[in-house]
Design a protein around this ligand. Structure first.
Ligand SMILES: [Zn+2]
Length: 483
């Protein structure tokens, strides 16, 4: 009955004790005890996002509609819409609770939070959401279709969104299953049948595709353990023989490519130079995290100093370090430029990589900059409280990542890194890896692209030899020891 403790980790920075458990059924549980919290939050993450729709031959938007029916319509216990919404109300005798659900490309999540005194109600609520729901799909489908069509109309031009377009460009336009809109489109939403919903629900909402997350201020009481175990037992009854493949990471092409996005809301030229590295492991490694973090910050810092302070060409320049929808880790820099100053700025970016960063790291100021960064790790600031970090951990676990970040390991690496090691990585990229250039421009996008192609910077990129892909780990291992 009681789950087996698989791993334990204490995060001194967050004052959090994290524990990963596994039930005999295969259901996993992440429990986070956060000292000082007066709240309790809990949720379940299922590998039940829109990515899996194609494998089950159901229309786009099915995953999202399943979530709407489960979280948004009455269940066995809360039998009417009135009961469903009144469940959240507090009174003088009981604590309020707030619940919600969301669907992404990979996971569907059901979650809520309450005062510590409301924990049992919240855990029960999560269990009720998954009790015998199959025939609710036929009963509620038309109602939820109406709601979802309205949800869709809030932003029908989503495909034209620059964030969406840049994600697609940065990931080589690969895998439409990963980049498609979770909600679907009008046609596909109208095509979904109750059978589709049941088929998707039964194949993806299963014990091996679920991780429960619970976050409390103190250890779980006996009653709370009982409620968590009951929830886990309910999920443990959900099973399927359908096998579904998880997404694989794409291989970046390392071809010099430029994408021009016409943005009529902006008057500057937004230029991003980015390098995708294949993030195969997806796992958190302190070496990879520390090295790329510091490398990007060094580029961003010197870019800001040179382009803004020294040369007064731009308002801001910063680094890029983001994971895109397809789990490529993008490193790079970005800046907004007055179109009139674009030629000069491109030359300044050339100089930045060609000599300015090197001059900075060899200067007294460079040494002080690194020391200041290390100081911030020795004397950290108050971390932000994340109510649902246990659900983020749950999602990581679902996709085979290491369950908990290693903050101690990260600090150790940061303290040992030298500017020469960081510069070696920057120089390697500058000499070898052709970037992808994302350009967001209002007037005359073609002329702007032409101007960039004629710059010394672009001509340098053209000379770079496209290398075969490298993983994030292979890249970092060139410059520091990686475990
Ligand atoms: Zn929705």
């Amino acid at each position: 009955m009681k789950p087996k403790l698989i791993q334990k980790y204490y995060d001194a920075n967050q004052k959090e004790l994290l524990k990963l458990y596994e039930y005999p059924s295969g259901v996993r549980l992440v429990h986070c005890t956060r000292t000082g919290s007066i709240e309790m939050s809990a949720g379940i993450a299922f590998k039940a996002g829109s990515f899996y729709e194609k494998q089950l031959a159901v229309p786009d938007g099915t995953a999202h509609m399943v979530e709407h029916v489960i979280a948004g319509t009455p269940n066995r216990v809360l039998k009417t819409f009135a009961e469903l919404s009144m469940f959240e109300y507090g009174s003088k005798r009981r604590a309020w609770a707030s619940t919600n659900a969301s669907t992404g490309n990979l996971v569907a999540k059901y979650y809520g939070y309450t005062n510590a005194k409301g924990s049992l109600r919240l855990l029960n609520y999560l269990k009720w959401e998954f009790e015998k729901r199959e025939h609710d799909f036929a009963k509620q489908i038309e109602r939820e279709r109406g709601v979802i069509l309205s949800e869709f109309k809030r932003n029908p031009e989503f495909d034209k969104d620059p964030g969406y377009q840049s994600d697609k460009f940065l990931t080589d336009n690969l895998s439409p299953d990963r980049t498609k809109r979770v909600i679907g489109n009008e046609e596909s939403i109208n095509a979904i049948t109750a059978e589709d919903l049941i088929k998707f629900y039964q194949a993806t909402y299963t014990k091996n595709r679920a991780v429960i997350g619970v976050q409390t201020g103190v250890a779980l009481s006996k009653d709370e353990w009982k409620a968590v175990n009951e929830l886990a037992n309910r999920i443990g009854e959900m099973d399927s023989s359908v096998k579904l493949a998880d997404p694989t990471d794409p291989t970046p092409s390392y071809k010099l490519e430029m994408f021009t996005y016409h943005d009529d809301l902006k008057n500057d030229v937004y230029l991003a130079i980015t390098y995708g590295l294949k993030d195969l492991e997806m796992g958190y490694s302190p070496e990879l995290h520390a090295y790329t973090n510091l490398l990007c910050r060094l580029v961003g810092y010197v870019a800001y100093k040179q382009l803004r302070e020294e040369k007064a060409l731009v308002y801001n320049a910063t680094y890029i370090r983001q994971r895109t929808v397809l789990d490529l880790l993008h490193l790079g820099m970005r800046t907004g430029v007055d179109p009139k100053k674009l030629p000069e700025t491109l030359d300044a970016i050339y100089d930045l990589f060609d000599k300015d960063i090197k001059a900075f790291i060899e200067s007294e100021r460079g040494a002080r900059w690194l020391l200041n960064f290390i100081s911030g790790e020795i004397y950290p600031s108050q971390p932000e409280h994340s109510r649902y970090s246990c659900l983020d951990d749950a999602t990581n676990i679902l996709f085979g990542e290491k369950p908990f970040g290693d903050i101690k390991g990260y600090r150790k690496i940061i303290r040992s890194l030298s500017l020469a090691q960081l510069y070696a990585g920057i120089e390697y990229i500058w000499q070898n890896l052709p970037p992808r250039l994302w350009l967001q421009v209002n007037a005359q996008p073609e002329e702007t692209a032409e101007l960039i192609k004629n710059s010394k910077l672009y001509k340098h990129f053209e000379k770079q030899k496209a290398k075969p892909f490298e993983t994030y780990r292979e890249f970092v291992a060139k410059f520091i020891a990686v475990e």
